[in-house]
Design a protein around this ligand. Sequence first.
Ligand SMILES: *[C@@H]1O[C@H](CO)[C@@H](O)[C@H](O)[C@H]1NC(C)=O
Ligand SMILES: *[C@@H]1O[C@H](CO)[C@@H](O)[C@H](O)[C@H]1NC(C)=O
Ligand SMILES: *[C@@H]1O[C@H](CO)[C@@H](O)[C@H](O)[C@H]1NC(C)=O
Length: 160
Amino acid sequence: MASNSFFTLLLLTTSLSAVASFEFQVGGLKGWVVPPANDSKIYNDWASENRFKAGDTVRFRYKKDSVMEVTNEEYKRCNSTQPSFFSNTGNTVFQFNRSGTFYFISGASGHCEKGQRMIVKVMADDESSDSEKSSAVRTPISWLGIMKFVSASLALYIVF
Ligand SMILES: *[C@@H]1O[C@H](CO)[C@@H](O)[C@H](O)[C@H]1NC(C)=O
Ligand SMILES: *[C@@H]1O[C@H](CO)[C@@H](O)[C@H](O)[C@H]1NC(C)=O
Ligand SMILES: *[C@@H]1O[C@H](CO)[C@@H](O)[C@H](O)[C@H]1NC(C)=O
């Protein structure tokens, strides 16, 4: 009985983690800031170490700054005149509503040029579920992802 329900829990947890969407905290604890001059690629390095899926969200935390989603062309030129998304609340959650590439820049003057910009490649749903390998890589790398996973497991534990 006990081992039976444990097995059910395990199964549920596994399937839950396969469908759950994840929240990633951009830049980890430092948040969304102008990168140091000798390390201007931090955001693209960070993004390429994570696996994003449609439905996932990214959270930007910052002070006296902003987040914009722009086109590839605007990203390259740090052109902030016509973003398709803009937020300057200091705590912005952006959800990927499709697979493909998303481009983010800071809207604060001069920040994008100093490297405060990021390219995120979002996988299609079926791309991520086709092998165990990819789901292993997807297992939360970010701190918040781990928190979510833990709380999901905990919720299940309480249910049982
Ligand atoms: C950048 O410079 C800081 C301060 O001089 C140093 O601590 C850090 O290791 C350097 N980072 C890289 C990637 O070179
Ligand atoms: C910035 O982007 C807008 C819209 O895409 C465009 O009309 C404008 O010419 C661009 N400005 C520069 C300096 O590239
Ligand atoms: C995703 O959201 C953007 C901005 O709200 C919208 O323009 C676009 O049509 C949406 N794409 C899909 C596939 O829903």
